[in-house]
Design a protein. Structure first.
Length: 246
């Protein structure tokens, strides 16, 4: 009877070839739920998701150095690119941008002209560009590219806080909220495909430190992603968070 139960569970498991697709598509479910439930956050979500989606093009930098996921048409392993990366990047961007907003009941509103003229904004554009300028340099270091990406986004978050200290709270708490959110999906990944992380991630090239079976690098990446992208919309559009108008 136990053998039968094991066989039934094996039948229910998603084949590795479709796990990456299932995981990335699953991220669209809360995205759609938030988009429908919070109309005033839709612009922020869509703007940020469309901005993060093209980062799916960076997948060859991480395959197979960081991981090597089986994908649709085996694209990841044969070309370095895959369809799932674009879905994944789209899904995490929009939710990351509004987790803090909806948790405190705020929405973006234009900053005052006086604030925009503050001296610290003389380098506003450069501050926002820090991750994009620093990553190519960090990528030349003899370490896994996941570390370069994580440090680049962390530096970007620090530069953004210096430029917009009014968004420091959102940056820090946004990082924590997205880390928690992303951790749930990592746990879900192991539920739908036990052992998938061990099979797909290049653990031998990483630190070997894990939390609950999840590579610490994945969690650090999520925290850095949340720190930078949680407030990037407000930075680019010169907005701040206020109570919604009644």
């Amino acid at each position: 009877m136990l053998q039968t139960r094991v066989e039934e569970l094996e039948i229910m498991m998603i084949p590795d070839q479709y796990v990456w697709l299932a995981w990335s598509v699953a991220l669209l479910i809360p995205w759609l739920a938030v988009y429908v439930a919070f109309p005033r956050q839709r612009r922020v979500m869509l703007w940020t998701s469309l901005f993060t989606m093209p980062f799916g093009l960076t997948e060859p930098l991480f395959v197979p150095a960081y991981w090597s996921p089986p994908s649709l048409f085996d694209l990841a392993r044969t070309t370095g690119f895959d369809i799932e990366s674009f879905i994944f990047s789209f899904g995490i961007g929009g939710v990351c941008a509004v987790l803090y907003n909806i948790s405190i009941g705020r929405e973006p509103a234009p900053v005052t002209e006086g604030e925009r003229l503050a001296r610290r904004h003389n380098l506003h554009g450069w501050a926002l560009a820090v991750p994009f300028l620093s990553f190519p340099i960090l990528h030349t270091f003899p370490w896994n590219p996941i570390y370069a990406a994580t440090v680049a986004m962390l530096l970007g978050a620090i530069a953004a806080i210096w430029c917009r200290p009014d968004l420091a709270r959102k940056t820090v708490i946004g990082a924590a909220l997205f880390l928690a959110y992303y951790t749930v999906f990592l746990i879900g990944l192991e539920v739908i495909a036990p052992g998938y992380i061990a099979r797909v991630w290049n653990l031998g090239a990483l630190s070997g430190v894990s939390v609950g079976g999840m590579p610490i690098e994945e969690l650090l990446f999520a925290a850095a992603f949340g720190a930078y992208w949680s407030s990037v919309y407000e930075h680019f559009t010169w907005t701040t968070l206020t109570l919604p108008k009644t």
